[in-house]
Design a protein around this ligand. Structure first.
Ligand SMILES: *Cc1c(COP(=O)(O)O)cnc(C)c1O
Length: 384
């Protein structure tokens, strides 16, 4: 029996390791010069000098900070998709506001813009679209809808680095904020980490203050020369969301490899496409013209003709030594969300169908062709 093919695996190279060691030896292991360098290089990667990049210790933190800076609070509603990880919606509850869940578009598995439009009410303040699997949402339509009702858009881009809409990188579209994740399984990984992107200077400076206890750095800078560097001012009850230089050390080198990582992921996705087309499965939605897929996930959906169900398929793949996963158990199925907002599956038929029939196949840059061929032949033996 050959080795287990995991569902996901980060690719950490010698440069990343040396950079972490360099930080360890320097004695500066929390937020410092490496975090600043990672923020600067991330802005350069996105190619817009007017963007602000705020490094944080998770995408969840970044989403929370963005909504906080936008003034979202009790009585407000934020529209998002049921087909996401709980972090997308929990940040709305952190602030005492309420998420309003809508279904996905079966053609993209991303939030359905028409459903967003119908869900807008007098309390709606923002929309959180999720670029599911790394495929961008229909941002043109969503931006039109948001503009017509005066709503903010905060993009959950946890899957979407790097991805593009209408020829422009996600993060540069001019929405209120975009948040990327560098969690261990994401397209670039720092263990835990995230980056908040915004063009709004006020939002960026509020997020910078709130990511570190509500300490106002400008006050610090203003007074530090006169009063030495012990002086600071607390202007709000902030959070502990700062990125460490250890994580940033990984991020700096992961970022440099992001293009080649994407190339490999795209190649692997194309190999799956070519090998699975005749099976009783629907292949993942394609990007439309001008859009670029980050290929964080490769999700197939069993058709009516499939001889096994999703549970059996995942179990039998595991028996073949292959790790698969399901993205996601939709939020309308999770006790907290279901009970608090009286949600049921019939309100979200497209998400429910993807949940019941969707399987995420192994996809990671360190997967070689031989390992992928094993995944393919196991799938073929179960589904043919
Ligand atoms: C991973 C993920 C998050 C949270 O990212 P963290 O960096 O772990 O906080 C949020 N939304 C989606 C869709 C994710 O996949």
């Amino acid at each position: 029996m050959s080795d287990f093919v995991p569902f996901a695996l980060p690719e950490i190279g010698e440069e990343e390791i040396a950079e972490v060691v360099d930080s360890l030896r320097s004695g500066w292991i929390t937020t410092g010069p490496k975090t600043r360098r990672f923020e600067d290089q991330f802005r350069e990667f996105l190619g817009h000098s007017d963007l602000h990049t705020v490094a944080v210790n998770s995408a969840t933190a970044g989403l929370h900070l963005a909504l906080e800076a936008l003034g979202i609070g009790p009585g407000d509603e934020v529209i998002t998709t049921t087909h996401t990880f709980t972090a997308t919606a929990e940040v709305v509850r952190y602030l005492g506001a309420d998420p309003v869940f809508v279904d996905i578009d079966p053609a993209t598995y991303c939030i359905d813009p028409e459903a967003v439009s119908s869900a807008i009410g007098s309390r709606t303040k923002a929309i959180i679209p999720v670029h599911y699997a790394g495929l961008p949402c229909d941002m043109s339509r969503l931006c039109d809808i948001a503009a017509a009702s005066g709503l903010h858009i905060v993009e959950d881009a946890a899957h979407a680095f790097p991805a593009a809409w209408d020829g422009r990188l996600i993060g540069t579209l001019g929405t209120s904020a975009t948040v990327f994740s560098f969690y261990a399984t994401k397209t670039i990984a720092t263990g835990e980490g995230g980056m908040l992107i915004t063009r709004d200077e006020g939002l960026a400076s509020r997020a910078r203050v709130m990511r570190l206890h509500g300490i106002d750095r400008d006050a610090f800078d203003r007074y530090s020369s006169r009063r030495a560097n012990w002086y600071y001012e607390v202007v709000a009850p902030g959070f502990k969301y700062n990125m460490t230089d250890l994580a940033a050390s990984l991020g700096i080198h992961q970022l440099r490899r992001a293009r080649s990582f994407l190339e490999r992921r795209t190649q692997l996705a194309a190999r799956y496409d070519a090998a699975l087309g005749d099976l009783p499965v629907e292949l993942p939605p394609r990007p439309c013209a001008g859009s670029g897929h980050a290929w964080h996930l490769y999700v197939i959906r069993l058709t009516d003709r499939a001889p096994v169900g999703r549970d059996d398929l995942v179990r039998r793949m595991f028996d073949c030594g292959i790790g698969c996963s399901v993205h996601y158990i939709p939020l309308h199925q999770q006790p907290y969300w279901r009970d608090r907002y009286h949600l049921s599956a019939d309100q979200f038929p497209c998400s429910q169908k993807l949940y019941e029939r969707g399987v995420s196949l192994p996809l990671y840059t360190k997967m070689d062709d031989a390992a992928q061929d094993r995944v393919i032949s196991a799938l073929r033996s179960i589904l043919c």
